[in-house]
Design a binder for this molecule. Structure first.
Ligand SMILES: NC(=O)c1ccc[n+]([C@@H]2O[C@H](COP(=O)([O-])OP(=O)(O)OC[C@H]3O[C@@H](n4cnc5c(N)ncnc54)[C@H](O)[C@@H]3O)[C@@H](O)[C@H]2O)c1
Length: 365
């Protein structure tokens, strides 16, 4: 199709995100405006949680619609969101663009996935939008995850220098913007430097990837000298762990994308060796759900060791992480009016069809 003008415009419906602590958005006022300019209609659910005010969307020309109204929207509206739908049972009649986390066999995947074929709808999962030529994901939150994870690790190290070991870092709220986060981390590091007489040494593993680049950039923006940051990727870990270099760093930020079993980078035995400087580990790669930013590691003597393991790190910077993600996605969002014939969306639909075929029969009833 060459133009939207001859036909009724494609209607995109931006959902309110229901997940607690989720302030990010798949569309931003900037990308919504680009869609409007290209002839789309963009309906935006009012959302008290979203980092962008409702007015930011209405002022660029989007129509504001009630929170949760996607359920009653006409079947040809394309429902765009970021994270999982609320846990409900009714069959889904729309095309949904979102991260659904139901393709890797995690608990309850059948129930989540079966709702789409049961209602004649489809899932175009954002995690699996790939450039057919390079196989690379077209949009991902990795950079923001590494950036935020590294920030929390620095904040945690600074806290350790200025507070007794019995007082762990309290929970953190999201920041209104990147400047506020950097100012906070710089302030904490200054206070820590005054006390400890130095800045931390950081090792980032997976430094060439999306998360790793974000982690390194955060350290630099927070004022950590470049020679205090060890940037490792495949080449440096090829010899196999555990690694003394991790032990000798103050902070370890793990950003690797692990696809097969490899020797441990650190283990309890290596951590028990005397002379450990390492006091903070941030496992950006983590796929676990942990409501607190850090957990102390038990069974170690000497310096305390905090581990940060959060699976929604980009939520710390909802504005910038949404802007970056939605901008990367925009060229593909602009193809939604003819998604069946676009290789990236059609690839996501093919994967959906394949996954639906693996559903147990009783899940479809
Ligand atoms: N916690 C969160 O909120 C969050 C958010 C986004 C992504 N992630 C996770 O972070 C991980 C990384 O994602 P990404 O988008 O940065 O991936 P990526 O593919 O862009 O980068 C991964 C990097 O790790 C390197 N690597 C892989 N194996 C290694 C090894 N054995 N030794 C050293 N380097 C190695 C690769 O060479 C690559 O440079 C994934 O597991 C992803 O699911 C977590």
């Amino acid at each position: 199709m060459d133009s939207n003008t001859a036909m009724a415009p494609t209607i995109i419906h931006l959902r309110h995100e229901d997940k607690p602590l989720e302030h990010r958005s798949a569309l931003t006022p900037t990308t919504a405006k680009a869609l409007l300019d290209a002839g789309y209609t963009v309906n935006v659910e009012r959302s008290p949680a979203r980092i962008f005010d409702d007015d930011e969307f209405s002022s660029v020309g989007c129509s504001l619609v009630p929170t949760g109204s996607w359920r009653e929207a006409p079947a040809d509206h394309i429902i765009v969101g970021l994270k999982e739908l609320p846990e409900e049972e009714f069959p889904l009649k729309h095309v949904h663009v979102q991260f659904a986390h139901c393709y890797k066999g995690s608990g309850g995947w059948e129930t989540v996935l079966a709702r789409f074929p049961r209602g004649g709808g489809a899932l175009l999962d954002l995690e699996f939008l790939q450039d057919p030529n390079t196989g690379r994901r077209v949009a991902a939150f990795g950079y923001s995850a590494g950036f935020s994870g590294s920030a929390l690790a620095l904040k945690n190290w600074a806290w350790q220098q200025t507070h007794p070991a019995t007082e762990p870092l309290p929970g953190v709220e999201s920041y209104p913007n990147e400047g506020a986060l950097i100012a906070d981390i710089k302030g904490a590091l200054e206070a820590a430097r005054a006390k400890a007489g130095r800045l931390p040494r950081v090792i980032v593993i997976g430094a060439l990837g999306r998360c790793g680049r974000g982690a390194v950039d955060m350290c630099l923006k927070a004022g950590i000298p470049d020679d205090h940051i060890l940037k490792w990727d495949m080449e440096e870990t090829a010899k196999g762990g555990p690694f003394q270099e991790i032990h000798e760093s103050d902070i370890f930020v793990n950003c690797i994308y692990l696809t097969s079993k490899i020797p441990h980078f650190v283990n309890l035995e290596s951590l028990k060796k005397p002379g450990r400087k390492l006091t903070v580990v941030c496992d950006v790669s983590a796929d676990t759900t942990n409501p607190n930013p850090t957990v102390p590691v038990e069974g170690l003597e000497g310096e305390p060791l905090s581990v940060i393991s959060i699976d929604h790190l980009p939520s710390l910077l909802p504005r910038e992480s949404s802007e970056a993600f939605s901008n990367d996605l925009l060229p593909y969002l602009l193809k939604l009016n003819d998604w069946q014939n676009d290789p990236v969306w059609a690839g996501a639909k093919k994967l959906f069809d394949e996954k639906v075929k693996t559903l147990p029969k009783d899940a479809l009833n």
